[in-house]
Design a protein around this ligand. Structure first.
Ligand code: SF4
Ligand code: ZN
Length: 760
């Protein structure tokens, strides 16, 4: 144990606890002890405080005992002659630092100083509104601040199944802008979330990335918390909430929460530039979670003793790293950091001239940065994947039929058809749409390439930057070839890609593709729960909701919206012992409620004997369990004799007196809750949507974003139900946020639920 680090961390902790104390006293004096304190969009109060102490802090006054507790964890700074064999005191001081910094951010929220103002900063994918309700005139101007629960859950499945290994909390500023960009690119390639905070002499990595035009925000997995060290607390708030949300723990289970993070969350701190006392103290706080710190300066190291799986604090002076330039050195730095934390990360090597990884999926290409687009307003594009005879195609063959885009003016458009032929002994025609849908993710993984839509409304953009680096049409083929083999190797043995720009060939293949889409539509529409003998299970979410089982049928998809029956079927082929198992329906016990002997048995066995019976078509009687990552929550509104459907994307108040995130806390956890159910949004369109309870006509309230994003599909359902005006009769948050307002609206619009049989 390095005495120097202990001294610095303990000094830093004492300093910050004193500062928090002073700030709290001043704030209480100014605003009063009952002034509410809260982080935005979270049901976990001040999450680190909740995790460490079990306290649900809601007011300034309630911060006092928290800081008292923090003070109790402090130790005096050890003298130079004191031998410190253990980390204990340093870790305690680290915990105190976390509580104090979280208190400081909470007080800053009260003062309207959070999230921090950073002129010109634009974030992608955030629903954040600035404290003053406006922006800086450029559509941005603020750091992200804490991550909201919606986003945490949205990343949930990926975090749980390992596609997203965890996060890197970067504190400080990189040696150069070049190094800063290289560091985040390396992390993005590995799908590691990047959290940014801190500065060195006023300069932060956030500024560096801003200057280099790197897109930050939820969509690109790069989240700027703020330019001081204190904002790094949001990273540990995220870690704590991961344990609470996905580990099923509750506040105050400190040890469990910390162990969950140590073993389940891959994370580390990257300290860039000079490390001061506060940074040492914060690093000690992170050590409690098993997160090591890697610094790019000369600092004393702490080598293994068992708290982290590997080294605790590693010094990797930037100047000593081998490499021709900063980009190369930064790449090695990240490599070392990943090794220290000790998780093997699978990176598919995609041989294209631009960086590649899922972190680039959310990246957009603005018109001004665009070299060429395919589809969109001025051109058409389609993609079509089909199963081919094994001997009819040549694996790895990539052909461009027609001219490239060289002659298309800067920012112009052209037609493009992407035809992917796949063959494999285990391939089935049924898997065509499942695999075709992957094109979106695969293509989007290339930095500087944007993919939107599917089928014949595909829309691609190549940025100038990507084309300057040498990205050409044929590289789309390289991506698809590499990814299909890597991700679907167990059903796909051969992949051949043809890209059509030749006008005649384009039209011909567009016609063939449309015939195929049409045939698929008919086939999918004809696929009912009655037409198959097997449903599929999904138990992917058992890693955080241990008794949860999704039963996925042709007419009811998984509640996260990510897996329909065909997906599960394909996934079972790919991974026969995985989370998607066939469930033979067996004897039908109740056709109206959707109860079979086989489904009951399966759910009983796989819920650790906690769920005995599941009705596939009812919210009232034995509804399906809910894990936590449902797209929507359906919940009975007894006064209205109907149900409401709240979307995850809807932050507003609902007639149930709760927002989505509060409702989610009640509904999740893998429990069966009559009257309440998590659903995938496409289930709303199904004929089997709570058909035992009266079906779609029971919906009296629905988040407006659902109404808008699925307008045409919902209209078709209303017509199917024989009530073409039904959608207008359904209230939303714009007209009703209380039961009284809801009832008035339903009366005025003559909603059918009011005269239906009692739902109870
Ligand atoms: Fe989780 Fe169900 Fe989605 Fe599977 S289908 S990932 S169990 S919510
Ligand atoms: Zn889930």
């Amino acid at each position: 144990m390095s005495r120097y680090i202990a001294q610095a961390a303990i000094r830093g902790a004492n300093m910050i606890v004193n500062e928090a104390d002073a700030m709290l006293k001043a704030a209480i004096k100014e605003f009063g002890p009952d002034t509410p304190v809260a982080f935005t969009n979270t049901a976990y109060y001040l999450p680190v405080t909740l995790g460490f102490t079990g306290r649900e802090v809601k007011t300034l006054g309630e911060l006092e005992p928290v800081l008292d507790y923090a003070r109790g964890l402090l130790h005096p700074v050890p003298g130079d002659s004191v031998w410190l064999p253990y980390l204990g005191e340093t870790l305690d001081c680290g915990s105190a630092t976390l509580l104090a910094t979280e208190a400081i951010e909470a007080i800053r929220f009260v003062r309207g100083q959070q999230p921090e103002r950073i002129p010109g900063l634009q974030l992608t994918g955030t629903s954040f509104t600035s404290p003053d309700g406006g922006d800086d005139g450029e559509g941005g101007g603020y750091a992200n601040g804490p991550i909201d629960d919606i986003q945490l859950r949205a990343w949930g499945i990926q975090l749980v199944d390992g596609r997203m290994p965890g996060f890197a909390a970067i504190v400080g500023a990189a040696r150069s802008n070049e190094a800063a960009v290289s560091i985040v690119r390396e992390l993005q390639k590995r799908n590691i979330l990047v959290f940014l905070s801190g500065n060195v002499n006023g300069r932060s990595i956030i500024h560096q990335l801003q200057e280099e035009g790197v897109e930050m925000g939820y969509d690109t997995y790069i989240v700027p918390f703020g330019t001081d060290t204190i904002s790094a607390i949001y990273a540990l708030g995220f870690a704590t909430r991961s344990a609470l949300t996905f580990g099923g723990m509750s506040g105050g289970q400190t040890r469990d929460i910390l162990l969950y993070n140590k073993y389940r969350v891959f994370a580390f701190v990257l300290a860039l530039g000079e490390v001061d006392d506060l940074k040492y103290a914060a690093a000690a706080g992170a050590l409690n979670y098993g997160f090591p710190t890697i610094a790019d300066t000369v600092i004393p190291q702490i080598l293994p003793t068992g708290i982290t799986q590997y080294e605790h604090v590693i010094s990797m002076p930037f100047d000593d790293i081998e490499g021709e330039n900063d980009t190369e050195k930064a790449r090695r730095l990240v490599q070392r950091a990943v090794e220290v934390r000790g998780v093997k990360i699978k990176v598919t090597d995609v041989p294209i001239p631009v960086p590649y990884g899922s972190a680039f999926e959310g990246e957009r290409v603005r018109r001004a940065d665009m070299r060429v687009e395919f589809g969109g307003r001025d051109a058409r594009a389609f993609e079509y994947l089909r199963m081919a005879d094994f001997d009819a195609i040549e694996d790895g063959k990539i052909t461009v039929v027609g001219p490239s885009f060289d002659d298309v003016p800067m920012g112009g458009a052209m037609n493009l058809g992407i035809v992917v032929d796949v063959a494999g002994r285990k391939m089935q025609e049924d898997f065509e749409p499942v695999l075709e849908r992957q094109l979106h993710y695969f293509v989007n993984g290339a930095s500087g390439i944007q993919h939107i839509g599917q089928r014949d409304i595909t829309w691609l953009r190549f940025s100038k930057g990507a084309v300057d680096k040498g990205f050409q049409l044929k590289h789309l083929g390289d991506i698809l070839y590499a990814r299909f083999h890597a991700d679907f190797g167990s059903i796909v043995d051969k992949v051949q890609v043809t890209l059509y720009t030749d006008p005649e060939q384009f039209e011909k293949w567009l016609g063939l593709a449309r015939d195929a889409y049409q045939a698929r539509n008919i086939r999918l529409a004809g696929m009912t729960d009655e037409s198959v003998d097997e449903f599929y299970s999904c138990t992917l979410c058992q890693s955080f909701a241990p008794n949860h089982v999704c039963v996925v049928s042709p007419e009811r998809l998984g509640l996260c919206g990510a897996y329909n029956w065909l997906d599960c079927k394909a996934s079972h082929q790919i991974n026969p012992t995985g989370p998607n198992q066939p469930i033979v329906k067996g004897i039908c016990i109740d056709p109206a409620f959707g109860v079979w002997q086989g489904t009951n048995q399966f759910v009983y066995q796989n819920s650790h004997q906690s769920v005995e019976r599941v009705s596939m078509y009812s919210i009232m009687q034995d509804p399906m369990t809910a894990c936590g990552c449902f797209e929507c929550i359906a919940i009975v509104v007894p006064e209205a004799n109907g149900i409401m459907v709240v979307s995850r994307e809807d932050p507003s108040m609902t007639p149930a007196g709760m927002t989505f995130s509060t409702l989610a806390g009640v509904a999740g956890g893998g429990l069966q809750t009559p009257g309440m159910m998590g659903v995938g949004k496409y289930y709303l369109l199904s004929r089997k949507f709570i058909s035992a309870d009266g079906g779609f006509k029971r919906i009296v309230w629905m988040s407006s974003n659902l109404k808008e994003s699925m307008a045409a599909e919902l209209q078709a359902v209303c017509e199917r139900e024989g009530d073409p005006d039904l959608l207008d009769k359904i209230a939303d948050e714009r007209v009703a946020t209380t039961v009284d307002e809801l009832l008035v609206y339903l009366e005025e619009h003559g909603h059918p639920a009011l005269t239906m049989d009692p739902i109870f």
